[in-house]
Design a binder for this molecule. Structure first.
Ligand code: PMP
Length: 366
């Protein structure tokens, strides 16, 4: 019999049966009153979950669309944007903003570290920024940004909106949107929500919605908050066909979160992450992210000398666990292990045991 492979990449993450069941249901009309109620309930619950008085948008698309929505609805040609980049996905904001003819200032740091708050404050004092972007967890480095600290700092800069890419964080890393002064928070369904890829989820504060209104007509059509707001306020209306199964699946995911308890979920992610990270260090690996700001959703694991990336990951896959390779300059030097969403203790034990078997097999050939 062929072994099942556990997909432990940083998204999509392993599913659970009740979410699969939702994905396998018979389709219904998006005008079906039961579906409309489900969608309404989901949007309501997502706002409670992330603790915001603002709006929530759930549309067909991926995390990158959600990034585009965040920028499109908060800035206009010629605006200044401050990009705090901790890696590959931080840099994606620069590409996106430059296409839109925004003036970008980028604060970056060596991969594995974070940009200090003092540097951000100094930059904010140089000019007026329409928005600051930061990636909560940059998947390329496994670093978690100090969202709370940056949010507090931005309280003194009223005209600057705070945009947080939570694609590899939200629903795993503690995120209290209003309390953390976040104006736009975005994610995708495939990471810590544990749903299949295909949904862009964006929360917007009242200040972000005000900014959108102040922009008038924007060039983007599908990404325009104004086109989606009527639907998010009343899902019986139509703008684009809702991805019915994904909406059901996300609703189930949020129910799972509420059943577990939001705080307990965050605590579990923290406890599991530290357990995994310590276990990996004890096996001779090093972790790219500085110990003071390691993510709880994934770990970027540097190989000890003499271990070949391709051989390690192929052998690990034969042992039943699929992990991802490094990005950018870290390709070949590390593997990325996702540990977010609805994974249980059996999964964690299986992963660590499979890594032991892999190391033993590789080392027996050295
Ligand atoms: N931001 C971060 C932090 C990500 O990890 C990713 C995807 N890995 C994205 C944005 C882009 O998301 P998507 O692939 O769903 O477009």
């Amino acid at each position: 019999m062929k072994n099942r492979k556990l997909v432990m990449i940083p998204g999509p993450t392993p599913g659970v049966e009740s979410i699969h069941t939702q994905m396998g249901r018979e389709v219904c009309s998006f005008k079906d009153p039961d579906f409309i109620e489900d969608f309404k309930g989901l949007l309501h619950d997502l706002k409670i979950f992330i603790r915001t008085q603002g709006e929530c948008f759930v549309v067909a698309g991926t995390g990158t669309l959600a990034m585009e929505m965040a920028i499109a609805n908060t800035s206009k040609v010629g605006d200044n944007i401050l990009i705090i980049s901790h890696g590959y996905f931080g840099d994606r904001f620069t590409e996106l903003c430059e296409r839109k003819k925004l003036y970008c200032d980028v604060l970056s740091c060596p991969w594995g570290e974070t940009v200090p708050l003092e540097k951000i404050e100094a930059k904010l004092n140089e000019k007026n920024y329409a928005a600051v972007t930061v990636t909560h967890v940059d998947t390329s480095t496994g670093v978690a940004a100090d969202i709370d600290g940056i949010g507090k700092l931005l309280k003194s800069y009223e005209d600057t909106l705070f945009i947080v890419d939570g694609v590899c964080a939200t629903a795993g890393e503690r995120t209290l949107m209003d309390e953390m002064n976040i104006d736009v928070l975005l994610t995708g369904s495939q990471k810590a929500f544990g749903v299949s890829p295909g949904l862009a989820i964006v929360w917007a504060s009242s200040n972000a919605l005000k900014r959108r209104k102040s922009l008038g007509t924007i060039p983007e059509y599908y990404a325009d908050f104004e086109n989606w707001l009527p639907i998010m306020n009343d899902p019986s209306k139509y703008f684009g066909t809702p991805p019915i199964h994904l909406i059901w699946a996300l609703k189930e995911s949020v129910q799972i979160i509420f059943e577990e308890g939001v705080d307990k979920r965050y605590d579990r992610h923290l406890k599991d992450a530290r357990h995994i990270q310590n276990a990996l260090e004890n096996k001779g690996f090093t972790i790219l992210a500085d110990a003071s700001h390691r993510a709880v959703t994934l770990t970027n694991v540097m190989y000890p000398d003499g271990i070949d990336d391709a051989l390690f990951r192929t052998t690990l896959a034969e042992e039943g666990i699929v992990v991802a390779g490094g990005l950018g300059n870290y390709a070949g030097k590390l593997f990325r292990l996702g540990h977010m969403g609805n994974i249980d203790q059996h999964t964690i034990s299986s992963v660590l045991a499979a890594i032991d078997r892999t190391l033993a097999r590789i080392q027996s050939h050295i």
